[in-house]
Design a protein around this ligand. Structure first.
Ligand code: AVJ
Length: 326
């Protein structure tokens, strides 16, 4: 009999605070919507479609790196670990690893509770010897993984953070998140993280503005999420998708551009958008291997192994806490 998965709800922002910060962002001179609003059920489905696009190279490049170096990486991981899947989604990426590492416990961490329960149920069926637990939390809040450590056996954690999601944070926030991860690792824990690299601007921009318009739909869908959350009156068709790479900051910026002047009701408030005015919905930072390794060492990691593809488009880092291997 598989263990029955348990789900802990942690550190969720309350709905009022969530709505208040969404509204505040939309009322800034440069309007913004926090990227988490891109990932409602429809947004997650669209993101899944993005990952299959010809132009969107990160997912398949990372998968190829994992496949090629699986044994090598697995051999460097602690035995009897607990596999902590940060932003687990459907768990597919992590489950490919569970076959190769002797994990005792799987901890799925995600903001979407329904998905999480499903993922845990499927995992528990496929890996009957592994204990499955879930934590519902919001990554934009301080990272709390207390359930990772309060098990009776205190298995060594492997934090798994694939997909270059770290790129959605501003660099100072990314550093704070890496430090928090470091705190959860003890001496023997490891971080396995995927990070997208800078490359030709045309390649980057095509990845975030594909020919079929899937990324455009993904971006506009944020307005539907805002309408629901705030009781707002955005008409998604009146905003265009724009994705540009800023080489100075080494980031893709996703914007929604008002196609004509309009006043939008935002629940109790309202805001005017002039034609051409934009809303920022997402930043996706691209790190050179040197820059990311530096960030890792600033966060308290020592031994850092890097795995990449032939073109150096994407990097996977396996990092140990400083001092652990000396
Ligand atoms: C899920 C944050 C890794 O930044 O590449 C894909 C999100 N946005 N296309 C990324 C995204 C537009 C994606 N991450």
């Amino acid at each position: 009999m598989p263990f029955s998965p348990q789900v802990h709800i942690e550190a969720l922002e309350d709905p009022d605070a969530n709505a208040a910060s969404l509204l505040a962002g939309l009322l800034q001179p440069q309007a913004r919507i926090c990227p988490k609003h891109l990932y409602d059920a429809q947004g997650c489905a669209l993101y899944g479609a993005i990952c299959t696009l010809d132009e969107y190279y990160p997912t398949r490049t990372e998968a190829a790196i994992f496949a090629r170096h699986r044994r090598d990486i697995a051999a460097r991981l602690p035995r009897n670990c607990q596999w902590v899947d940060l932003g687990c989604g459907d768990g597919a990426k992590a489950f490919d690893w569970l076959e190769h590492v002797a994990a005792t416990r799987y901890v799925g961490v995600d903001i979407a509770e329904d998905w999480l329960r499903d993922t845990l149920e499927r995992g528990a069926k496929r890996f009957p010897d592994v204990e499955f637990v879930g934590i519902v939390t919001d990554f934009t809040r301080p990272l709390s993984l207390s359930h990772v450590r309060d098990s009776a056996h205190d298995y060594t954690p492997v934090l798994f953070y694939p997909g270059s999601s770290i790129g959605n944070f501003e660099p100072d926030e990314a550093l704070a998140l890496l430090k928090a991860m470091r705190q959860h690792l003890g001496r023997d824990g490891r971080l396995l993280i995927g990070v997208d690299a800078p490359k030709a601007v045309a390649t980057l921009e095509a990845a975030y503005d594909d020919a079929l318009g899937v990324t455009a739909a993904f971006n506009r869908n944020a307005l539907r999420a805002v309408n629901r959350t705030l009781g707002a009156s955005f008409e998604p068709a009146t905003f265009a998708h724009r994705a540009v790479f800023d080489p100075e900051r080494s980031r893709i910026e996703m914007h929604l551009v008002a196609l004509h002047a309009q006043t939008v009701r935002l629940g109790v408030a309202q805001r005017r958008f002039e034609a051409g005015e934009t809303i920022v919905t997402e930043h996706s930072y691209k790190y050179t291997p040197e820059r990311f390794a530096e960030l890792l060492s600033q966060a308290g990691f020592g031994q850092i192994d890097r795995f990449t593809d032939e073109r150096g488009w994407f990097n996977v880092f396996l990092a140990a806490p400083a001092g652990a291997l000396e």
